[in-house]
Design a protein around this ligand. Structure first.
Ligand code: EPU
Length: 420
């Protein structure tokens, strides 16, 4: 038996959709909370399977996890034990690697299995490792497990060869308990990093420069509990904005920080989407003028997000002309193109790039979510397509989109889950 998502395409969407808390912030905030010696309460937790995997990891370490409400979590480390993280939950998501920085910072010793996550081509963690070494840690790799140890951690100047989201967050988690000052140069600037820094500072850390390329961390002795609300998920918001651009008559997307989506909003305006935004919402109206093609290059924030590349590619199959998509983050992140081509798209792959020849008619069929954002692209395509689209391997979608079927049904989409 396999659970699939089925979509009968071609229906116009109307109504309001509310964006959940940011997945890629949540998956950093939960490991960050174990640095505290008090209770950390986080609200705005999305109901996604990555969060369940992180809860499993916490509970394995005897951390008390309570959920006063569905979107809240209270993390209490009073009885926490730094056990070797060689359990299956670690392999279910990429972000389990944040326990490296957090546990190294707190206990100066970590044993952890290689992290999992979407298969987007090579995803090394050499920059994380170099950062930990610069702080004084020794790293061994044995039979699929990393072993990190330090007598003590000392602040250092760390230059990242690439502005990596994961390396920036991981290094700053280890550095909060290091002696003296750590400087991360060429740090990533994604909003999720600022959110993580805000949490750590509320816990008592001394971190400045979040959102810029230079982050300064002055080590402290002890972090306490705090209360924190997660930022909205800019990638979930962007996916719904794209999907509304494809099939919306009048769709309002709430709980958005438009500044986080500047690059997407300007691309959509460029191709002719009728879109307006205010303080915390975006509105999309149907237009009768066909969309024009465009060129997109993915880049670290504030550039166009790689996580919104696949959904936009699905929309561009409907635009007139050749759109060139270039990936500078994950050169192999194009598996969705093969699935879209099965539905009638005409996408030609090149080195780290794809050319979408549009417009093409899309027709439903059997397709596979090869990773999370491929899944999102197939939902967009399924809503556009004539006939029924059956999406397989939907566990990828459930890792990152809360209640996607319910949220889209509320807009009038004909979408449902089925066991086949
Ligand atoms: N990189 C290295 N060495 C490293 C770290 C990264 O070469 O030590 C390279 C990667 O191979 C990649 C680039 O640097 O080519 C960017 O990687 P980054 O470290 O920024 O990505 P990440 O932290 O592994 C996060 C998100 C991804 C998102 C990227 C880019 C989480 C849990 N994941 O990954 O999200 O695509 O940043 O913005 O926050 C998704 O949500 O679908 C997803 C894949």
């Amino acid at each position: 038996m396999e659970e699939v998502i089925k979509i009968k395409g071609g229906k116009l969407l109307n109504g309001t959709i509310r964006v959940s808390g940011a997945k890629n912030a949540t998956v950093a905030l939960i490991p960050a909370a174990v640095l505290a010696y008090g209770k950390v309460k986080i609200v705005g937790i999305p109901n996604i399977s990555d969060v369940n995997s992180l809860k499993d990891i916490l509970e394995y370490m005897d951390v008390k996890v309570t959920t006063p409400n569905v979107d809240e979590i209270v993390i209490d480390t009073t009885n926490m034990e730094n056990k070797p993280l060689v359990i299956d939950a670690v392999s279910k998501l990429r972000a389990s690697y944040y326990f490296m920085g957090a546990l190294l910072g707190k206990y100066k010793h970590v044993v952890i299995r290689m992290p999992g996550g979407c298969n987007l081509g090579p995803r090394p963690i050499d920059l994380h490792i170099k950062g930990f070494e610069a702080l004084g840690a020794k790293i061994e790799y044995d039979n699929g497990n990393y072993i990190l140890t330090a007598d003590e951690l000392t602040g250092a100047n760390i230059y990242l060869d690439f502005a990596s989201v994961g390396a920036t967050i991981n290094i700053l988690m280890a550095a909060v308990y290091a002696k003296g000052r750590t400087l991360i140069e060429n740090a990533a600037r994604e909003p999720e990093i600022i959110d993580c820094i805000n949490l750590l500072n509320k816990m008592g850390a001394r971190i400045r420069g979040g959102g810029t390329s230079t982050i300064v961390i002055d080590g402290v002795e002890k972090l306490d509990g705090c209360f924190h609300e997660i930022i909205p998920d800019r990638i979930e918001a962007g996916t719904y904005i794209i999907l509304a651009a494809a099939m919306g008559e009048h769709v309002i997307i709430e709980n958005v920080i438009p500044y986080h989506l500047d690059s997407l909003l300007s691309k959509l305006k460029e191709i002719g989407v009728n879109i307006t935004f205010s303080f915390d919402q975006v509105e999309i109206y149907k237009t009768d003028t066909p969309y024009e093609c465009t060129n997109v290059k993915t880049m670290p924030f504030p550039g166009y997000a790689t996580d919104l590349q696949a959904p936009l590619t699905a929309l561009l199959t409907q635009a007139i002309g050749n759109s060139k998509i270039t990936e500078t983050i994950y050169s192999e992140r194009f598996k969705h193109c093969q699935e879209l081509n099965k539905m009638g798209a005409n996408i030609i792959l090149g080195p780290a790039s794809a050319t979408v020849v549009g417009p093409t008619k899309l027709t439903g069929g059997n397709v596979k979510a090869t990773d999370l954002r491929c899944g999102a692209a197939l939902v967009v395509a399924g809503l556009i397509a004539e006939g029924t689209t059956t999406i397989h391997d939907i566990y990828h979608i459930d890792r990152g989109y809360e209640d996607i079927v319910a949220k889209l049904s509320a807009l009038g989409a004909d979408i449902y889950r089925e066991n086949i």
